[in-house]
Design a protein around this ligand. Sequence first.
Ligand code: ADP
Ligand code: MG
Length: 397
Amino acid sequence: MSQKNLIVAFGGVSPEHEVSVLTAIQAISALEESSYNCIPLYVTKSGRWLTGGKLLDLSNYKEINQLENDAVSCAFVKDETGRTLLKEQENSGFFSKPKSFPVYAVLCAFHGSEGENGSFQGVCEMMNIPYTGSGVLGSSLGMDKVKAKLVAAANGIPVTKAVNFYESDWEQEQEDIITVAEDFDYPLIVKPASLGSSIGVAIANDREELVNAVETAFRYDAHLLIEEAVNPLMEINCSVIGTPEDCKPSVCEKPLGKTETLSFEDKYQSGGGGDKGMASADRIIPADISDELTRKIQSLATKTFSTLDASGLARLDFLVNANSKEVYFNEINTIPGSFSFYLWEKSDLRFDKLLTELIEIGLKKHRENNGRVRSYETNLLSEKAIKGIKGLKGSKN
Ligand SMILES: Nc1ncnc2c1ncn2[C@@H]1O[C@H](COP(=O)(O)OP(=O)(O)O)[C@@H](O)[C@H]1O
Ligand SMILES: [Mg+2]
């Protein structure tokens, strides 16, 4: 393949749509001098797949309707040789015919929902194309706070005490759920199992606030968690790059929230936005904690990354009791905002090099998967074998 077409996939039907646009445009500009030819694959808020040069310019997103009109529908298709192409599905201009681009690799820059929960990763698997980040299992585990905690705890990684329940459980066993939760003592934290950006997360200081918080959170998700609060709280995050077998941690960061729990506004809207995304939030890098605590968190970060079958790059968020220095794994972000480049820059890895490494990991994983036996010759569909199968028309049984 002469040109290395890197499909940068972003946007999506997700509350974190805009943050994903920022992450993607940051990555595309970091890769400007690289050997990759970046081709945007923008998923609109209504789920349309679009491509076209205008999607590369952040200022065009101010007039989103105009941008969607100017862009061209696209899809992954296979050509007759089995190669996967990103194919335009309409004419991009009066005289130009729809173009198609052989896919070298996909840079997944979605945040939240189907772009980060394994669904899009599954599309890439079906199309047999290399893609960055965690696979289907790692991505879906990362999106489910309940399952991630269960798997982490089963592998000796400390997590906070929690009770999880569905809406029907709440209707039928509200008293029992409250009894279990109150056993952890107030304040309690209520959160949806599979959302991000602090949406639906609330702190409850008494029973009335707890019931209100649960009822509000059910507007966002059918599966919730009530957790013991880490108090006083210090949050420490650490990024990890690599594969489950071989990965390394970045320096740690200490995000500084203005409110008791970090809100969506704290995370993305402080400093007035701009194209800095996550990097503009208030944070201390490297975190001003002891070397011993840094090492402990870095080692828990790589262990949790492997345990949850993550791959490529992730950011792992920990809750630390500021007094006792006890550390709890809170969540893994399998496609962190801005690819956590600001942590890697402080770990002597420039953004373009970070992205190149991330793409190389995806390519290697793809080569390895394709090097293994993926189909088997059987005679199950031979005429003789079919005759012996029950429940088929024309078979004797
Ligand atoms: N058990 C807890 N104790 C204290 N604060 C918590 C706890 N869980 C979450 N928080 C606070 O709420 C914020 C959002 O919760 P988190 O689990 O990270 O969800 P999200 O995926 O929305 O980021 C955290 O950054 C932290 O400030
Ligand atoms: Mg969080």
